[in-house]
Design a binder for this molecule. Structure first.
Ligand code: NAP
Length: 334
């Protein structure tokens, strides 16, 4: 049997156990050209909360009754006539929250577990890593000497953004929740400063850490922190709108930043991004980040939890912040 997590009810506010239903389904059969993936790990990403809403976005909302959409990484265990994939290959794909997924190769990337642990391929060497790489380099357009501030700094995207900015010679200030995460940013990732938004006065601390203002703000959280960052812009600053996790469980409409005229005064730009726009360049980012990982310049951390039945409470760790690094769920025994 194949354990699958079905999306059964659109949540209002925080998703809970009633949002999904765990079912045992018969093992799928393969059509010509298809293959079967045993999915070892699924990726838990804040964007999944947005996909549950019935509203226009960069991707279709999830249909009620469908397998919960998610990135995953696993091993091919059966192939029905596909010249490009063979049994024993490892692939990352959008296989969803289930133990076995059928694919035809579209949207599948081969990965090598000898080069990096499988969860890294849905973290630093997967979608969040690609987001960090193209977001900070192509949208943030950083250069040596820039002052870069990143929120959600201890998370999958933010931790890589800050480290890439350090590699490129920037001064990096991270904003994260709690002393443990701030210590991690300073002591393990080499950030120049860390602001604990749950305990510090962010406005005052940002003033202290960026006395002359900031060149780039990489926004993962939106809300009040975005507004505060807008008040510290240098001339021609760039704001990368990557995400707004503080708003994803809102029951009311998202409130925009009130400090937006700072963009006018400082001739600054604020640009949204969606990682999929760089899909044809993922190889380039993976090669660069693979090299930095092997040289020890880039550190990757994954928070791995276990059991497909634990998906609901694990998913909500994205919002409570009770995890360090990229959130991953192991959904089947090896
Ligand atoms: P993540 O940072 O690994 O996990 C989410 C983190 O957000 C939590 O650990 C928590 O850390 C923080 N958080 C939760 N609620 C918060 C709140 N109310 N205020 C401030 N911080 C809060 O997640 P990720 O995968 O790296 O994603 C980060 C952001 O990037 C999300 O907004 C996501 O939607 C976005 N994203 C965008 C793209 C794109 O293409 N545009 C692609 C991937 C991800 P603390 O303990 O520090 O609070």
């Amino acid at each position: 049997m194949n354990k699958q997590l079905l999306f059964v009810k659109r949540p209002t506010g925080v998703a809970d156990a009633t949002t999904w239903s765990l079912v045992d389904s018969p093992m799928p059969t393969l059509k010509e050209g298809e293959f079967l993936i045993k999915q070892h790990y699924v990726s838990l990403d804040p964007a999944m909360r947005g996909w549950m809403n019935d509203s226009k976005s960069y991707i279709e909302p999830m249909a009620i009754g469908s397998v919960m959409r998610a990135g995953a990484v696993g091993e091919i265990i059966e192939v029905n006539n596909n010249p490009n994939f063979k049994v024993g290959d490892f692939v990352s794909s959008y296989g969803g929250v289930q133990q076995y997924a059928v694919a035809n190769g579209q949207g599948c990337y081969k990965v090598d577990p000898k080069l990096a642990p499988l969860p890294t391929y849905i973290g630093t060497l997967g979608m969040p890593g690609m987001t960090a790489y193209f977001g900070i380099l192509e949208v943030g357009k950083i250069k040596a000497g820039d002052v870069v501030v990143v929120s959600g700094a201890a998370g999958a995207v933010g931790s890589i953004v800050g480290q890439i900015a350090k590699i490129k010679g920037c001064t990096v200030v991270g904003i994260a929740g709690g002393p443990e995460k701030c210590k991690y940013l300073l002591e393990e990732l080499g950030f120049d400063a860390a602001i604990d938004y749950k305990n510090d006065n962010v406005r005052n601390r940002l003033k202290e850490e960026c006395p002359k203002g900031l060149d780039v703000y990489f926004d993962n959280v939106g809300g009040e922190i975005l507004d505060i960052a807008l008040s510290r812009l240098k001339m021609r600053a760039r704001i990368v709108i990557c995400g707004a996790i503080s708003q994803y469980n809102n029951k009311m409409a998202i409130k925009g930043p009130s400090n937006y005229l700072s963009l006018l005064v400082n001739r600054a730009t604020m640009q949204g991004m969606v990682v999929f726009d760089w899909a044809d360049r993922y190889g380039e980012a993976a090669a660069a980040m693979g090299t930095w990982l092997s040289e020890g310049k880039l550190k990757s951390k994954e928070a791995v939890f276990e059991g497909i039945e634990n998906f609901p409470e694990t998913f909500n760790r994205l919002f409570s912040g009770e995890k360090l690094g990229k959130l991953v769920l192991k959904v089947i025994e090896d």
